[in-house]
Structures are given as structure tokens and as C-alpha cells.
Design a protein around this ligand. Structure first.
Ligand code: PMP
Length: 410
């Protein structure tokens, strides 16, 4: 089976008018053949492609959807705002409401600024750190993704060595390598930027070891550098106060986006008081950054995540799936590893260095209507229900059977 005929026809047209036919993380070029490129519709945890094929979705807009698609309360807040217009000549009152909500909800946050994409938020954070310290060097982990700007994009085409001349690397969860990188940067260290979980593509996900997180904090403090937590992917999924709150490690700045407004376009930077002056000194802006609809969506999303059991429910659904997959793999004699937080997991197979086995399994899943990813972490939402998990597990069971049969034949 391949992607459907409508999808194939759109891809052919796209190749004529869109460079490469598609670009960025949503290009299905590197994916197994059954993955559709073009989508038609989503509702709750379900998704339909342009050929009308239905999926239970475990990618959830690559983490932008946290409560579920077409969420009534969120979309009502958006519709209500939209009835008054969106691009006005200044932000709406909701900008202040949202900033107050973030300051009330996130323990380290004394202020917040808004933008659209995760890259905006991480780049602003780095700029604020450099403005505050008057220093140049920024440390980030090997393999970490912080966005698609020249200083951090994993794709080097068109990027100058000068764009990242002051970016140096350390190994995630490796205190010695972090210490060495901090020592090397010396008194020119402006910031350490780190994600709350190691979620590099194509390898097991790693939770931050508490002693590593504490060392990041302590080294930043001792060297007078800014600790930036890149909570773009994990934010509002693991802990509403920030993903290192359970570890008791508070950053100076946090970059947020993705789930913050349940699929509506918004990013934020939150920070501590002592960085407010530097934050107000940088010139940063964007045509769409102040639009109130996405801010109204964020207020509803964050309030629901804070005041309901949405996150706990999501976690239960993810655990249900995790247990089901583990049982199925065992029964089919396949050895899998499920890493990362349950609600943002990655499933890989043992002895599959080139990831061909997981790619084949993911292809079998997608063919049957279970949309997941072979080498990027998945996402769950509060809209996933036990019946969705059961529906998905019936199909993953068949996919494991097909994978086991292929292995037996080879
Ligand atoms: N940081 C992290 C941890 C991310 O996962 C992403 C997006 N995958 C980004 C930054 C960049 O966000 P955006 O694609 O919205 O610019």
C-alpha cells in the first residue's frame, strides 16, 4: 500500500510549485511509503488524510495539540475573539491576561513575552541572555533541537560558520562534559540552553538525571550565565509549572510554544525579574505576534490544563498504550524499547541499528490507521479515550504480527 491517489496527485503538483515538493519536519519524503503528505481534517484524537483514510493520531500536530483537535472551549474562545477581528493595531487585553496567567502558573516566571514559533522563543531567549550578560558564548547539547534559525538549525545548507561561532556543545546527562564546556567558555559564557528531556531523533529518549539538571543550574549560577530551559516540546505536557519543576530546578528563562494554545499559533518566553530589563532592551517583534486569537486560546488551554485532570488522563491513556504495546511485542517475540515520558514516548526495536525494522512496523501501523512516528517521539492528548487506545492496539497487534512474519522470513 502507498499513500492514496489524491495525496499522490497533490505531491506531484507540489513538486512543480513548492521547492522539493515539501520542506521541514512535515516533509514525508524520508518516511515509509504509506505516510500521507496531505491532511484533510482532525477531530479529538482522530485524523483524516486527503484520501479519506482515518487515523488514531499519536503525533498530534507534532505536539501542538494537547487537549484534542477542535476542542470546544478553546475554539469558542478563538471564535469569540475572531468575531472582533484579529490583526488590530495593537494587542488585545488578553495579552495582559495571558501574561498574568503565566506569571501566576509558572513558579520562575515574573514576566512573559510572546511570539509565534518555538524558534522565535529560543532565539529571543539567547538574545536576552547575551544582552543581559554582555557575553557571547552559548552552550547546547549535542543532538538537541532548538529550532531552525542559523544558530541552531541541524541543516547546515546556507549557514555560515560565523552564524554559530559562539555556540559550543556538551553531552546531555554528562556532568563532566558540561563542566568542561563551561570551563572552556570561561568568562564569555552567556547562556546554557537545555531541553527538559533528551529527545533527539533516532535514539532512545532520556529523562534528565536530577544531578545533571542541578549541575546545569549550579554551573550557570556560578558562572553568571543564564539558564534557558527549552520547554517548547515538553511544556504544558509534563508539569504545568514547567518541566523541571518536579526536579526542583528553576531556569532563568523558558521558551514555550507547541501545546501552549492547543494548536493555535503562539510562543512565549518567561523569565525572572532580573532579566526583565535586558528583555525589554532587545528589539524583537513580528507582524502576527500580538494577534489576540491565539492568546485567547492559550488562556483557555492553560487554565484547563491547570484546573482539570487533563494531564493525568493523558498520562493514563499513554500508560495503557505502553502496557499494550509491551505485551504485544513480547507475545510476537519482538524486543522493543519504549523510552521517554509515557505521554511523549518513542518506540524502537532491539538490533535495529538502521531503524528499518521500526520503519516497517510504523508503515504497517499507518496502513491500518494508527499514525505514529518511527524515529521522532510521539504525543498524546487529553482527547484520547480508552476506546481509541483499544482501536489502536488491535491494529498495532496486526502490525507486530506482520513485522514478526517478515523477520521470520528474512
Ligand atoms: N525546541 C524544541 C525542543 C522543539 O521541539 C522545537 C520544535 N520541534 C523547537 C524548539 C522549534 O519550534 P518551532 O518549530 O515552532 O520553531
Amino acid at each position: 500500500v502507498q499513500a492514496g491517489s489524491t495525496d499522490q496527485a497533490l505531491r506531484a503538483r507540489a513538486r512543480g510549485v513548492i521547492p522539493g515538493g515539501m520542506y521541514g519536519h512535515m516533509s514525508m519524503e524520508p518516511m515509509p511509503p504509506s505516510y500521507p503528505q496531505f491532511m484533510a481534517r482532525g477531530e479529538g484524537p482522530r485524523l483524516w488524510d486527503v484520501d479519506g483514510r482515518e487515523y488514531v493520531d499519536f503525533m498530534c500536530g507534532w505536539g501542538t495539540i494537547v487537549l484534542g483537535r477542535q476542542h470546544q472551549a478553546v475554539d469558542a474562545a478563538v471564535a469569540s475573539q475572531l468575531s472582533n477581528g484579529d490583526c488590530l493595531n495593537g494587542p488585545g487585553a488578553v495579552m495582559v491576561d495571558l501574561a498574568e496567567l503565566l506569571v501566576d502558573t509558572i513558579p520562575h516566571a515574573d514576566w512573559s513575552m510572546f511570539a509565534k514559533n518555538g524558534t522565535d522563543a529560543t532565539t529571543m531567549s539567547v538574545t536576552i541572555a547575551r544582552a543581559a550578560t554582555g557575553r557571547r558564548r552559548v552552550l547546547m547539547a549535542n543532538g538537541a533541537y532548538h529550532g531552525a534559525a542559523p544558530w541552531c538549525t541541524p541543516g547546515p545548507s546556507g549557514v555560515l560558520p560565523e552564524d554559530r561561532a559562539f555556540i559550543a556543545k556538551f553531552e546531555y546527562n554528562d556532568v563532566d562534559s558540561l563542566r568542561a564546556a563551561v570551563a572552556e567558555a570561561g568568562d564569555d559564557l552567556a547562556a546554557i540552553i537545555v531541553s527538559p528531556v533528551r529527545q533527539d531523533n533516532r535514539r532512545d529518549q532520556e529523562l534528565a538525571q536530577p544531578e545533571f539538571a542541578r549541575e546545569v543550574r549550579d554551573l550557570a549560577t556560578a558562572s553568571g550565565a543564564v539558564l534557558i530551559l527549552d520547554d517548547v516540546r515538553c511544556g504544558f505536557r509534563l508539569d504545568v509549572g514547567g518541566s523541571w519543576e518536579p526536579l526542583g530546578v528553576r531556569p532563568d528563562l523558558t521558551a514555550w510554544s507547541k501545546a501552549i494554545a492547543n494548536g493555535h499559533p503562539l510562543a512565549a518566553v518567561t523569565g525572572i525579574d532580573s532579566l526583565a530589563e535586558a528583555a525589554s532592551s532587545i528589539y524583537t517583534t513580528g507582524s502576527f505576534w500580538f494577534a489576540p486569537t491565539a492568546m485567547a486560546a492559550a488562556i483557555t488551554t492553560i487554565t484547563l490544563l491547570r484546573d482539570t485532570d487533563a494531564m493525568a488522563h493523558t498520562h493514563r491513556m499513554a500508560e495503557l498504550m505502553r502496557e499494550g504495546l509491551a505485551e504485544q511485542a513480547r507475545r510476537h517475540g519482538l524486543s522493543i524499547r519504549q523510552s521517554g515520558p509515557a505521554a511523549m514516548p518513542l518506540v524502537l526495536f532491539d538490533g535495529d541499528a538502521d531503524l528499518s525494522v521500526v520503519a516497517g512496523w510504523a508503515d504497517e501501523c499507518v496502513k491500518r490507521g494508527v499514525y505514529l512516528h518511527p524515529w521522532h517521539n510521539w504525543f498524546y492528548t487529553a482527547s484520547h479515550q480508552p476506546e481509541d487506545i483499544a482501536w489502536a492496539l488491535e491494529r498495532t497487534d496486526e502490525a507486530f504480527a506482520a513485522t514478526a512474519a517478515r523477520q521470520a522470513a528474512s
